[in-house]
Design a protein around this ligand. Structure first.
Ligand SMILES: CC(C)(COP(=O)(O)OP(=O)(O)OC[C@H]1O[C@@H](n2cnc3c(N)ncnc32)[C@H](O)[C@@H]1OP(=O)(O)O)[C@@H](O)C(=O)NCCC(=O)NCCS
Length: 262
């Protein structure tokens, strides 16, 4: 199976069983190290009221805009989870964290207590993933490998010719997995740059499985590339075998610890 074979040695699954009240991780981040946190959102439904009370007014407003409870609950839990964890790194209360947004919407922590902490959040279906690091930009993306997706159509529309060629030259049974993997690589790159939707997935070319994730070319003339981007495939727990995730960092990744609530 692809992710087992290609999993990067720098990414380790560290703590398989955690609860918020007994979180005992070491919240010290070394240079060029990343912590990744995984959360199965429905497991935290009992904590909703508490999470909601810790959100900012803006987050509360956003949560009210969801039409369906399931989406509202996912939003509240992932943002509550984010606040609780970031608060541990910063040694503050979750409700005291103050976010600002970059020009294209990338959230970051502001204020003198930010300690140069950087983070990025991704959620899909019932799962949220958070990457935390220091002094360097980070992007992370997780996707559910939904076989109902018209992945071939999306591939032709959003991936460059060389990416399509690499993907469609794979054995038929590998192509769908490679598609979702490339999707997470693409989004992680867009997120480390902080560009959101203003950068097209056609504006840059990435390597495709079985190659390790890397930037082949940044074509955009509108937005400058970063001086350095390092990618890491995230080794997910077996229970998430239908998901894939990629991390991107604006400097060399030496170590990546994964803490799982799943
Ligand atoms: C932010 C973006 C890059 C990813 O969104 P997404 O995949 O729907 O959602 P994810 O769950 O992975 O990430 C969302 C989180 O990223 C963060 N985020 C928002 N804007 C961001 C930005 N400009 N850069 C980095 N992170 C950002 C936020 O924490 C957000 O969480 P929230 O919405 O709960 O506040 C968005 O611009 C997007 O939808 N891009 C689509 C790109 C595309 O066309 N892909 C096609 C195949 S490559």
């Amino acid at each position: 199976m692809y992710r087992e074979d290609a999993a990067d040695d720098r990414c380790h699954l560290k703590v398989p069983d955690l609860s918020l009240s007994t979180l005992s991780a070491d919240y010290q981040l070394k240079k060029n190290s990343v912590d990744i946190w995984l959360c199965h959102l429905p497991d935290w439904l009992d904590n909703q009221a508490n999470f909601l009370s810790q959100l900012s007014d803006e987050e509360k407003l956003r949560s009210q805009r969801f039409k369906f409870d399931i989406h509202r609950n996912r939003f509240i839990t992932s943002h509550g989870f984010l606040r609780v964890l970031l608060a541990r790194y910063l040694n503050v209360e979750p409700e005291d964290i103050d976010y600002k947004k970059g020009k294209q919407g990338k959230p970051y922590i502001s204020g003198i207590n930010s300690a140069d902490l950087q983070f990025n959040l991704s959620h899909t279906q019932d799962v949220a993933i958070l990457a935390v690091t220091k002094h360097t930009e980070v992007g992370i993306d997780i996707e559910f490998n939904d076989r109902k997706t018209d992945w071939e159509g999306i591939c032709r529309r959003f991936f460059n010719t060389s990416e399509q060629e690499a993907l469609f030259s794979l054995a038929k049974e590998q192509q769908a997995n490679a598609f979702f993997d490339l999707w997470t690589r693409k989004e992680a790159y867009m997120k480390v740059l902080g560009m959101g939707l203003s950068l097209s997935p056609l504006d840059f070319t990435l390597s495709v499985f079985p190659e390790k994730p890397e930037l082949i070319r940044h074509h955009s003339t509108r937005f400058s590339p970063l001086e350095h981007v390092d990618f890491c495939p995230v080794k997910l727990p077996n229970s998430l075998s239908s998901y894939c995730a990629t991390l991107a960092l604006a400097s060399k990744i030496n170590q990546c610890r994964i803490f799982s609530f799943i």
